[in-house]
Ligand binder design. Structure first.
Ligand SMILES: *Cc1c(COP(=O)(O)O)cnc(C)c1O
Length: 719
């Protein structure tokens, strides 16, 4: 094992890997003679130098032992523990805000970034409460590299209540090149509740010496000074920082080397099929379409330290010298080689074919696809079966006849009866669909235990099978069955009577309710969810409103495809209806944000897990199994792999991303008392399945890989 010191490439801490100014080392040598003295507690010369450079006065500057000390001091001075005050920030961001707040017993609240990791000011403002004292914004944001724009800053300053101090942590500001990035300095003078933090640890290369500084009004700094220890910034650090500030050539070289290094790293990540997000810092956030932890561990073994983040799939890489980055690239090539990701030759060939296709060499792609076809079979092992599904997807991609597979996958002319019978098998013999139904039904039962009237809004009702079981449970509810109304929303059928399916669903439910003796009514709305305005629906005040979305919200386009973000819009409208509970079931996989190669890795792991489940629970020659594999999931695979833009409708997001989205739009996890054992009992799960608590519900895992996540939410304001 390579220890930190022997690392080949220290890409985990965003240090300046281009070193430190030679002038700094010289000045340190000179200063060594005086280390018997206490440092200057006021860091006078350094503060004067900073002030002169920024055209402010020295009493608007405070120096600390890294900005870390200043973050801690701000919380100590302005917050009170327990529920009395709160610190607000975004997610994902620099973990120290949360750590310091919680260490001091202060509440920590987050407004997640949007799915491209940009700041969402509406959601940030919506999280402000009378308890909020500090709002930390890392700008550019660590670990995403995205930045706050000037317009967003102005809006924040305008709309944050005066008791909230806005702290812009500009640890990476020297690297930022975006023309619209917020410039807080000129606003400092007029805003008593604005604070800017900067550091010598990053661009100036002094991480080890611990010097950061804070710019704010005299009055605010006076309050902080009351709790600050005098000697936290030693004299060597003060001298080094002063010299570093003067050596503009070195800073300039650092910025140039970092910009060039960033462009090179992004190119290398493209070559190796790892997604990255544009970054204004000296680091890049990366996602290979596989869990980050094994990649981070394997890189560590080879002497490359990269940083895991709060997101299980994303890791952060600090920009470094070219040879370091080239070394990282070679390691990633080895780690992500088809045969390293999947030992099974058919699965490896799927990846190999996708990698070749992504390189755009038509002849090599044909050849790879030919080889893939030779190991594919609709009746063989799960690996051969999934090879067939991916071969069809690559074929569609090569032929570029995207439209064949775009749009509503279930409106195809493929034998409708076969599909219905296959869907029946999927429902009855596997838990892949019923797990979500059951979780949601138990959660709804719990949330509506005392309600005499329940109104269920189902955002993608389909055949409505989920409700047959709920009606049964409600019929035997202690204290008697409630009155039930269901509003079903779904896409109109492509041919025949467009609303026929919705009407049939209503008849099926009506009949079942009648048999159970439940007072039942049904309404429907035929339309794409994009075009539906939930506010137009009617809900009686006496009804307890319940909302449900099972395998349906991922069809909505988010902000990647245009404004407004339809997923957020629907959730925001739903939130305004204040349902007693909102249950959401989605596959746990990312087919929305990722580019082709990482998306291929992600989808192969997801669908292979599904095919492995099918292989375990269904007989090999069952005709319905082939329909489930090649038509039901196979069409999804074709759409995921061969379609881009609006043609791709199977835009699944990972559970973590859905949870960020729900939190951002103002939902909180519903506090369930339901036990996983209840679910296990009903579902009679095969031993390879496990149920894992996911923060807002449960994830159904197969051999440890999450397949489906079911969660329950409540509108935060109705708590
Ligand atoms: C690295 C970093 C800091 C700072 O560090 P110090 O070394 O304590 O000055 C502060 N904020 C963010 C966002 C960082 O990434």
């Amino acid at each position: 094992m390579i220890t930190e010191d022997r690392a080949v490439y220290r890409a985990a801490s965003n240090e300046n890997l281009f070193g430190v100014s030679a002038q700094v080392t010289t000045s340190l040598q000179r200063a060594l003679a005086n280390i018997y003295r206490y440092p200057d507690p006021g860091a006078t010369l350094l503060r004067e130098a900073i002030a002169a450079k920024l055209h402010i006065t020295p009493d608007e500057v405070m120096v600390g032992s890294g900005s870390a000390e200043l973050i801690s001091l701000l919380i100590r001075v302005f917050c009170r523990p327990f529920l009395e005050s709160a610190v607000l920030s975004v997610a994902p961001t620099y973990p120290l805000y949360q750590a310091e707040a919680e260490a001091l017993g202060v509440q920590y609240t987050v407004a997640p970034l949007n799915s491209s990791f940009h700041f969402d000011i509406d959601s940030l403002l919506a999280k402000v409460t009378p308890q909020t004292r500090l709002c930390f914004i890392s700008n550019p944001n660590n670990p995403t590299g995205t930045c706050l724009t000037q317009a967003q800053l102005v809006r924040l300053l305008h709309e944050l209540p005066p008791q909230v101090i806005l702290v812009l942590d500009e640890a990476y500001i020297e690297f930022a090149a975006a023309p619209d990035i917020a410039d807080a300095l000129p606003l400092l003078e007029q805003r008593p509740n604005l604070v800017v933090l900067r550091t010598f640890s990053k661009a100036y290369g002094l991480a080890s010496l611990r010097v950061g500084y804070m710019l704010a009004s005299r009055e605010l700094l006076r309050q902080v000074a009351l709790v600050k220890q005098p000697y936290t910034v030693n004299q060597l650090a003060q001298v080094a920082a002063q010299t570093a500030l003067q050596d503009e050539d070195f800073l300039h070289q650092t910025l140039q080397a970092t910009a060039a290094g960033k462009a090179h790293l992004q190119e290398l990540l493209d070559f190796v099929g790892v997604q990255w997000w544009p970054s204004e810092g000296n680091f890049v956030l990366a996602d290979a379409g596989t869990p980050a932890q094994p990649i981070v561990a394997q890189l560590l073994q080879q002497g490359v330290l990269v940083r895991e983040t709060s997101d299980a799939h994303a890791f952060r890489i600090t920009i470094g010298p070219k040879d370091h980055q080239d070394y990282l690239y070679r390691q990633l090539q080895t780690i992500l080689a088809p045969e390293a990701v999947w030992e099974h030759p058919a699965l490896a060939q799927i990846l190999r074919t996708g990698y070749t296709l992504a390189q755009g060499n038509a002849a090599a792609s044909e050849e790879a696809l030919h080889q893939l076809a030779s190991v594919a079979s609709s009746t063989g092992s799960p690996e051969e079966r999934i090879a067939l599904a991916f071969a069809r997807a690559f074929h569609a991609k090569l032929a570029a006849d995207e439209n064949v597979y775009a749009g509503n996958l279930y409106s195809s002319t493929f034998g409708a009866m076969d599909m219905i019978s296959a869907f029946g098998v999927l429902i009855r013999q596997t838990p892949l669909v019923t797990f979500g139904h059951l979780f949601s039904n138990l959660a709804i039962l719990e949330a509506t235990a005392n309600s005499p009237e329940i109104h269920i809004l189902d955002l993608g009702i389909g055949a409505g099978l989920q409700w047959l079981h709920l009606l049964e449970m409600l019929a035997s509810r202690a204290g008697g069955a409630p009155k039930v109304r269901i509003t079903g929303v779904d896409i109109p059928a492509a041919e025949g009577a467009p609303e026929s399916r919705l009407i049939e669903t209503g008849e099926r439910l009506q009949q079942h309710a009648a048999q159970l003796g439940i007072n039942f009514s049904y309404t429907y709305l035929a339309g794409r969810l994009e075009d539906v305005y939930l506010q137009d629906l009617y809900f009686a005040p006496s009804e307890t409103l319940v909302a449900n979305a099972a395998f349906t919200l991922h069809h909505l386009p988010d902000q990647l495809l245009g404004q407004p973000d339809q997923r957020d819009r629907v959730l925001q409208q739903l939130k305004q209806l204040q349902p007693k509970i909102f249950t959401l079931t989605e596959p746990d996989s990312e087919h929305n944000n990722l580019h082709l190669v990482p998306r291929l890795r992600e989808s192969l792991r997801h669908y292979y897990t599904v095919f492995d489940v099918l292989d375990t629970v269904l007989p090999p020659q069952l005709p319905e199994r082939q329909v489930i594999e090649q038509e039901f999931f196979g069409r999804e695979i074709i759409n995921v792999i061969s379609c881009e833009g609006t043609a791709r409708v199977e835009r699944h997001e990972r559970n973590a991303a859905w949870q960020r989205r729900l939190t951002r739009t103002g939902f909180s996890p519903f506090a369930l008392t339901m036990l996983p054992l209840q679910l296990v009992d009903y579902l009679q799960l095969h031993e390879n399945f496990t149920l894992v608590e996911n923060g807002a519900g449960y994830s159904l895992c197969w051999k440890g890989t999450p397949v489906v996540a079911a969660t329950a939410w409540v509108s935060a304001t109705s708590l």
